[in-house]
Design a protein around this ligand. Structure first.
Ligand SMILES: [Zn+2]
Length: 440
């Protein structure tokens, strides 16, 4: 009888909420309970601001995928993914397994009704649905509804690394053209807001301008800065003498094209300058370390082992670094880097890389290395007309908790940790480690 009741209950749950395939993954119930109740701090995401009728928000990413033609997402995120109806159900009460045009219209209506009702509270409402307390918003600028009690700002810094003529880099492939054009527009905007119509004449003035921008952001509430460098070049950064970078700047700042080798000298110096200044200002430096979107992304560019030089630089030990996306697929390489005292990683974007079991494999390696250095993150972003940052926030939270639960259950079963310690680590990853790192 009890057995029958259990089957019936399982069926009812499946029938009433989603048509997702039955989950046979096993998470220890005490760990699962801990994970379910913890109010997460999401280390990395791209939430959208509240917009008025006709207004658009393009600030949710510096290198937004708008304009990139060929974006592949693995099986879990295919167009007919079971995740999407689950998220629509959880957020907007969508009660169908299919996606007929009629049901999609109903969904759009339900979505805009809730957005209208919630108004400026809508982004916070989304966080509540995903049991997320605070989301670090990696955006060019913050905006309406992204209130500082729930959303903390992480601006981008790559544009300061590419101040010279970028024609050679743009010619590499169509994605580089889109990305670098965007970086140039952002840099022009910052120069303009500093009353400059072109790059300053001297390198001293340029580095001072960059430092001043970082100070301004800090005063405006930024809690970290983010490099998307791996989309644009290698993460290998050499130790460069200032006079060498200065020489490159003084020759090429007026527009002629530097050779790739010369340009890299300036780029590497600027990376170091920004990392050092961020450390001085108490802002951790986020670095995209993983495979990236777009069909021209060089997988090797995301390998965190290339950051050895940066992490071993004694002059950067006051800067805290967070490798975003756990270095995937180079999870072991990322684990090796969190041996460094000032280096952390997050598990954002794993929902895009594969199913939670794949994330769990990586998470377990990190947790077996330095559980106090591992942060939950979603990398929630709008990915289509029907799957926005809302849905990916919910899926990221659900899958992230599941991955952490699977990893900890494995460690518990293999006798590596006690049940008490497993619950403690679950809390650390979902919330406490970020609280410690940022001082929230
Ligand atoms: Zn991201």
């Amino acid at each position: 009888m009890a057995r029958w009741a259990l089957y019936a209950a399982a069926f009812l749950v499946a029938a009433s909420c989603t048509r997702a395939p039955h989950r046979s993954v096993y998470v220890d119930s005490a760990i699962e309970a801990e994970l379910r109740q913890v109010h997460a701090i999401d280390n990395h995401a791209h939430p959208k601001k509240v917009v008025s009728e006709g207004e658009e928000d393009h600030d949710y990413d510096a290198l937004s995928m708008e304009g990139i033609g060929d974006i592949f997402l693995p099986a879990p995120f295919s167009a007919d993914s079971a995740y999407f109806p689950e998220a629509w159900h959880a957020l907007f009460g969508y009660d169908y397994a299919d996606r007929t045009p009629e049901h999609m219209r109903e969904l759009a209506k339900a979505k805009s009704k809730i957005a209208r009702e919630k108004g400026d509270q809508y982004p916070a409402w989304v966080l509540n649905r995903a049991n997320t307390d605070i989301m670090l918003a990696n955006r060019v600028a913050m905006g309406r509804g992204l209130t500082s009690d729930r959303f903390r700002w992480v601006p981008f810094v790559d544009m300061f690394i590419f101040p010279l003529n970028n024609d050679g880099l743009k010619a590499k492939d169509p994605d580089h053209r889109v990305f670098l054009t965007r970086e140039e527009q952002l840099l022009s905007g910052y120069l303009e807001s500093a009353q400059m119509r072109a790059l300053p004449a001297t390198f001293d003035e340029y580095t001072a301008f960059v430092s001043h921008r970082l100070e301004t952001w800090k005063a405006q509430g930024a809690v970290a800065v983010k490099f998307e460098l791996a989309y644009l070049r290698t993460l290998e950064v050499r130790d460069v003498q200032r006079e060498n970078a200065e020489r490159v700047y003084s020759i090429y700042a007026r527009g002629s094209e530097a050779s790739p080798e010369e340009y890299k000298i300036l780029q590497d110096y600027m990376f170091h300058h920004i990392a050092q200044e961020a450390g001085r200002l108490g802002m951790p430096v986020h670095i995209h370390c993983a495979l990236g979107a777009g069909s021209y992304f060089r997988a090797a560019n995301g390998n965190p082992i290339q950051l050895d030089g940066v992490f071993n630089d004694p002059s950067l030990r006051k800067t805290k670094f967070v490798m975003l996306h756990g270095g995937w697929p180079y999870a072991r390489e990322a684990a090796a880097e969190i041996w460094k005292p000032n280096v952390y990683l997050d598990i954002s974007a794993f929902m895009y890389f594969g199913y939670p079991v794949e994330a769990a494999r990586a998470v377990r390696i990190y947790l077996e290395t330095a559980p106090e250095k591992v942060l939950y993150g979603s990398d929630a972003s709008p990915i289509s007309d029907t799957v926005g940052w809302e849905e990916t926030t919910w899926i990221g939270s659900r899958n992230g908790r599941l991955a952490v639960g699977l990893a900890l259950t494995g460690m518990l079963q293999d006798g590596e940790i006690t049940s008490e310690r497993a619950k403690q680590i679950a809390h650390m990853v979902m919330r406490e480690n970020a609280r410690q790192l940022y001082g929230f």
